[in-house]
Design a binder for this molecule. Structure first.
Ligand SMILES: C[S@@+](CC[C@H](N)C(=O)[O-])C[C@H]1O[C@@H](n2cnc3c(N)ncnc32)[C@H](O)[C@@H]1O
Length: 492
């Protein structure tokens, strides 16, 4: 079939329509790239102007696509009728598993939505060119084997269905490049190291997990989370409707899995989708392992993984897509002080979560500031215990891992805390963990590695409300109402 199509191509190659065809294919390709690029810019800047420009480009792309279809360019089918039948079903399954609408898929593939509809209804057999475009959409996970294979040769379990298509790695997620950039920074003059680097590599992830599993950490903190009470409140709000828990910055996943266990125990029809989202590959797989060990592979909890950056949530259809019917109520969690990892909390509440629907919930934990809002920097320094104890050894080991691993001629490092009062959430402040690093080949260098944050609960809730999130409940982590840590559940 392919040979026939190619020889037909060869015959047509030198005819004037083929020159136009080639030109239009090139235009289509560039338009798809430009649209994708502008969409990314729009997502990063949150600027509606870019989105409008992207919409115009998509209109042009649809026009070009229609011309391509009209000219029958590259539309010679190369699928046999039974291959078409199989492919049409498979395409729909994969598209739905990836939570993509037909329109969304057509945009990504640079095809018209009509083309997608025609293939999925098995009315028009796709050209090789069209199949190639669909193979290029990573979320679909399609291979040539899926497209061409004889079903008799395929073991049924080979077909990726919703239940075994469980991990999404977006285009552009490149952990090797992230580490290379980190290494370059660490051997430069010093500066600000982006906070994700505290978790990215296996050694950092190991140090983080061993800190979280330290007996003192578990007894003083993790065991005190009021997860039962919070699950109860989520149930009051959401009732028994299907639930999707989206665990942002899931880390080792222990708190999140425990929360889901509480939710499960309160449901008459246990049906929960748990989506684990993290930028750190080792932590994400650790969380997945823990979820599978806890719930079992064939349980009522369907667990999915997404490798990604939560600053660009809109890019992940698994997180942001809302189906027209049968939608699950979403509960987003950011536990273990992940809130402090955000570059800008207001931008995140308002724009990164702009896709949220009424009824969706967000659960956060945070450290409370010990001094009243409005006190001087001196007073903050006086009242915050972090300024009166040496920098914690566990923190120094975890956050210092990249220095010993990557700084050439590394000798030692030492952390100190810098107070930052200019923060975006009123009443909050940050403690910047700044490392002084000594090596044999450089003078002392300073790196800002991480920030710990303190919030005023009422002002945090107010900021959330301004961004469309209303408070449902706040609970202290620990026995006392004045516990230094608390949780906040809010609703769209
Ligand atoms: C403070 S830890 C919390 C982990 C876990 N939830 C817990 O309770 O221990 C923050 C987590 O967020 C992840 N993270 C940090 N920045 C991120 C980003 N920009 N996108 C996605 N994940 C990120 C880290 O890899 C880490 O697993």
């Amino acid at each position: 079939m392919e040979t026939e199509a190619l020889s037909a191509d060869e015959v047509a190659e030198h005819s004037p329509p083929s020159v136009l065809a080639q030109l239009l294919r090139t235009v289509r390709h560039h338009l798809a790239q430009a649209t994708d690029g502008i969409r990314q810019v729009a997502a990063r800047t949150g600027d509606g102007e870019w989105e409008q420009q992207a919409t115009q480009l998509r209109r042009i792309a649809a026009f070009v696509e229609d011309q391509v279809s009209a000219m029958d360019i590259g539309q010679r089918s190369f699928l046999l009728p039974d291959q078409l039948q199989r492919f049409s079903t498979l395409l729909r399954q994969r598209r739905e598993s990836a939570h993509l609408t037909g329109i969304e898929l057509s945009r990504r593939a640079g095809l018209s939505s009509r083309t997608i509809k025609n293939i999925e209804s098995a009315q028009v057999s796709p050209s090789r060119d069209t199949v190639l475009r669909l193979l290029g959409i990573e979320e679909l996970g399609l291979t040539w084997k899926d497209v061409l294979d004889d079903p008799a040769e395929q073991s049924g379990s080979d077909l990726a269905t919703e239940s075994n298509y469980n991990c999404y790695i977006p285009p552009g997620y490149d952990s090797m490049r992230m580490v290379q950039q980190l290494v370059r920074m660490l051997n430069g003059p010093g500066g600000h190291i982006e906070q994700t680097n505290a978790y990215l590599e296996h050694r950092s992830a190991l140090a983080y997990v061993s800190m979280c599993h330290d007996v003192e950490y578990v007894t003083a903190l993790r065991s005190k989370y009021p997860l039962d009470g919070l699950a109860r409140r989520v149930m009051i709000e959401g009732g028994q409707s299907p639930l999707k828990v989206i665990a942002l910055g899931v880390g080792d996943g222990h708190l999140e899995v425990q929360l889901v266990q509480h939710l499960l125990s309160m449901r008459t029809k246990p049906d929960i989708e748990l989506l684990l989202f993290d930028i750190s590959q080792p932590l994400l797989t650790t969380a997945y392992q823990h979820a599978i060990d806890t719930f079992g592979e064939q349980s009522a909890v369907h667990t999915l993984l997404v490798h990604g950056n939560f600053h660009d949530l809109a890019q992940y259809p698994q997180v942001s897509y809302t189906p027209a019917r049968g939608r699950r109520r979403r509960l987003y969690t950011m536990l273990g002080y992940t809130l402090a990892n955000l570059d800008s909390e207001p931008r995140f509440f308002e724009h990164s979560l702009a896709h949220c629907q009424p009824g969706d919930m967000l659960l956060l934990d945070f450290q409370q500031r010990p001094s009243p809002v409005g006190t001087s920097e001196d007073e903050i320094r006086r009242t915050d215990p972090a300024f009166h104890h040496p920098f914690k050894k566990v923190h120094s080991e975890w956050l210092g891992t990249p220095f010993s691993a990557h700084c050439r001629d590394y000798m030692s490092h030492e952390f100190s805390l810098q107070l930052v009062t200019q923060c975006l959430i009123p009443g909050s402040y940050a403690l910047d963990a700044v490392a002084t690093v000594r090596t044999r080949s450089h003078a002392e260098r300073r790196f800002s590695m991480f920030r710990f944050k303190r919030y005023d609960e009422a002002l945090l809730a107010e900021s959330l409300a301004r961004c469309g999130w209303d408070k449902l409940v706040s609970l202290p982590i620990g026995e006392s109402d004045r516990a230094p840590m608390a949780m906040l559940l809010v609703k769209r």
